[in-house]
Design a protein around this ligand. Structure first.
Ligand code: PLP
Ligand code: COI
Length: 356
């Protein structure tokens, strides 16, 4: 399918702040295409970034048929642009689409669409250390009907924007509250799909604990309220005795993070043991207390690798590594971001270059 780019001009990025926040600035253009049952995908185009006009009866507003992805473009020292494992995001997008009864997008076409968008918006990829262009592919149900059922029309769009650290303060330990009463997702539900409802379901607790100074919530499994799942915007890893990195096994209700997968592949190459396990929160707390857990960190595209300085369980803080950033978290951060920004060897072939 051709992508209509009309006579669009290369973006001219305006004055840029010294430090970008996350998710508040947007580039000049967007990609979009529409799907209708029977006709399939059509109208692929790149246009100036604009508001969408939708019928108030559009299915996305009522029954939440929506999926999204998050990936980044990185500016390298020679000015070129790297994408990090974009096909993994596009494959996950299609898995989410399938679970939410939405149409899949051809993987190669998805990459072509993103590259076409970057061909005119690449001036927006920041040069500042630690900053990148955050990319948000999204699909929403646009069919007009209130009867409950899968929509017959969808819009897929990609927006991008320059972004800095997800957490204020950058590579600093975050404080995490363990949800003891509320649950995010259940096995058999949609927890492993990247769909807006999972995030909506998490907001009540996130807002409550933010008032007490916790920037993220750690979710436990919904059946037993016992096993560690993931954190609001990232997967979680614990470091045992400075040598073994342990993360919850994918349970069906956890998002299979691409950063998580990258760490599971990268850490052994750096000499660490890794394992995916069912982690009982009480054992984790005991291991923090006894000092067996020497570090903990969250990992995700937006969060990159974020050290966790404390976990709060029912009002008691369990402090990890004196609430300081750990050296293994830093080593993994340096290796991962080194590959992303092109300063370290891409030993796994994860980088996709963007021609500009
Ligand atoms: N878990 C949740 C709930 C997330 O929103 C994210 C971020 O996308 C992750 C984990 C990490 O996934 P990834 O590394 O693919 O960004
Ligand atoms: C990402 O890391 O890309 C995400 O989608 C998490 C989101 C909550 C910012």
């Amino acid at each position: 399918m051709m992508i209509d780019m009309k006579p669009l001009e290369l973006s001219k990025r305006g004055a840029c702040p010294e430090v970008y926040s996350f998710g508040n600035d947007f580039s000049d253009h967007m990609f979009s295409q529409n799907y209708t049952q029977g006709a399939g995908w059509a109208n692929a185009e790149i246009t100036p970034y604009h508001a969408l006009t939708l019928d108030p009866s559009a299915a996305v507003f009522h029954y939440g048929q929506e999926i999204f992805e998050g990936l980044k473009a990185y500016r390298t020292a020679d000015g070129s642009i790297n994408l990090f494992r974009p096909m993994e995001n596009f494959k996950r997008f299609n898995r989410s689409a399938k679970r939410m009864v939405m149409p899949e997008v051809d993987l190669e076409f998805h990459l072509q669409a993103l590259k076409a968008l970057l061909s005119i918006d690449h001036p927006w990829v920041p040069e500042q250390a630690g900053a990148s262009l955050y990319i948000r592919p999204t699909m929403i149900a646009t069919g007009k009907k209130l009867g409950l059922g899968a929509s017959d029309a969808y819009t897929h769009f990609i927006i991008t924007g320059p972004a800095g650290s997800y957490f204020k303060g950058g590579f600093q330990p975050v404080s995490v509250y363990i949800a003891d009463q509320y649950r995010r997702a259940v096995v058999g539900g949609v927890g492993e799909a990247k769909t807006g409802g999972n995030y909506a379901a998490s907001l009540y607790v996130s807002e409550e604990v933010a008032k007490q100074g916790y920037s993220q919530v750690l979710w436990l499994d919904a059946v037993n309220g016992k096993y560690v799942e993931e954190v609001g915007a990232m997967n979680i890893c614990f470091v045992y005795e400075n040598k073994r990195i342990v993360t919850p096994a994918l349970s069906g209700s956890i998002l299979p993070g691409i950063t998580r997968d990258s760490i599971l592949k990268l850490a052994p190459a750096l000499g660490f043991e890794v394992s995916e396990e069912r982690l009982d929160i009480q054992e984790i707390l005991a291991d923090i207390k006894s000092g067996k857990i020497t570090e903990a960190f969250g990992c995700g595209t937006a969060a990159v690798i974020s050290p966790v300085g404390k976990l709060c369980w029912k009002g008691t803080d369990y402090v990890i590594n004196n609430n300081e950033s750990g050296k293994i978290s830093k080593q993994l951060y340096d290796e991962l971001t080194g590959i992303q920004y092109g300063t370290r060897e891409d030993r796994f072939g994860w980088i996709e270059k963007v021609e500009i």
